[in-house]
Design a protein around this ligand. Sequence first.
Ligand SMILES: [Zn+2]
Length: 62
Amino acid sequence: MQGLKSTLMQDLCFKKTSEVKSSVTEVECYICGKGLQDGYRITAKTLSNGMALFCDVHYTLQ
Ligand SMILES: [Zn+2]
């Protein structure tokens, strides 16, 4: 019973990790191109011409 539980936990963890990885590659700063993989926090912001993503540095400048 215990072995079954740990297998389920590993399966859930694996699925969650792969989902995060696939979305990370698309999340990067509109200006400098830095992303979560570079240690930046990316935030979406609505501009006059649409929505764009910015890192911590460029988010405050806009
Ligand atoms: Zn930036």
